[in-house]
Design a protein around this ligand. Sequence first.
Ligand code: ZN
Ligand code: ZN
Length: 441
Amino acid sequence: MPKSVIKTTKKKAGSGQEKILFRAPRGMHDILPEDQPWWNKARKTIDEVADFYNFSRIDTPILEEAAIFEKGLGTTTDIVSKQMYVLRTKGGDRLVLRPEGTTGVIRAYFEHGLSRLSQPLRLYYVGSFFRYERPQAGRYRELHQVGFEMIGGEDDPIYDAQMILVSFRLAEELKIKNLIVQLNSIGCRNCRPVYRRRLQEYYRKMSSGVCKDCRARLNLNPLRLLDCKEENCEKVKSGAPTIINHLCQSCRSHFKAVLEYLDELGLPYTLNAYLVRGLDYYNRTVFEISSENNASFAFGGGGRYDYLGEIIGKRKTPLPAVGSALGMERLIEEMRSRGVNGTLRSRGRVFLVQIGSPAKIKALGLIEKFREANIKALESLGRASFKSQLRIADKEGVDLSLILGQREVFEDSIIIRDMKSGNQETVPIGKMVEEVKRRLK
Ligand SMILES: [Zn+2]
Ligand SMILES: [Zn+2]
């Protein structure tokens, strides 16, 4: 094997320095056991919030036909033109590792005739998405998202407000504070073309001051000019015409109503006249949720997408829909940096120490007694030494250890040790669970 592919770990692993032959693909990451408490907490909170607001879970395949994203997101978006993992199957199908969730959900909505259910249909999903982009802090090629969708029914602005509400509440439930919603309306097919022309006129005059990408966007996808983060482009943007001033009457009153509902709900928001979001399928309301301290680092966002159903379905009329998606990596990073504890303290935990082979055999059955009582019993049955088992119990941070030695097996008893005080007490095996429960309270 070539020597160049053998690298050593930068971080010192617990078991010493092992040579590494393979690494996770660039921009993709492992979620290690030590990270899982935060992921579990996030997933559990997602389920609870979704359940409260009456969203049902949907899971769609990780692979979808490439054409569906090209149609749905638009070929001029960065996602479709640069970031998709496209593959050809042996059968010749052109598939894509899904870059986002909404398109697959809408595909499933049509495929299974979900319009027969009560509308708007409220769905949510949690899963992996893939975008081939330059990995950088907080940006991954395999990313996890939670998404909410409300599909069908009317295009009532109250649904836009409810969509913002559920996303906001989720972040709040994860103990992320100082949240702020940035909001804009990007109009409809009647008023947006007028604005798009105004924007093009403005940028044509300024084209020498913008980056190469923006000069290409000018003709292909002028709204995306407002997304550019280049310093010079930001300067040019600050003088650009705003879409708010070009909305038609019905888009204007729709947006006004969204704001009224948000006021009623008491959600903090700011208007951002240049917020457009990256995808073609949005219309009217678009929003992002971030922390007040770092408004450019959004946890997620979304918007209304009434035209997507028409684009990928066979409909002749728009299918009212609004959705949002939040990045799990970003949420979890924020939780951790704010010192949010990942552990779910729903179950008591004990550690079972066994000394000698009769005790080891008996321990197996005792663990089952704890499972029945919904108490988590940890053990290290492969170890013989009393000291080393107690050390693990200490490391696990359990409140109680149960010690079973030869004498206890013989007497049909067990020792309960309080790990904080070090106090020990012998109790009969028959009363073990009851005594543990009393002490765990
Ligand atoms: Zn309009
Ligand atoms: Zn630019």
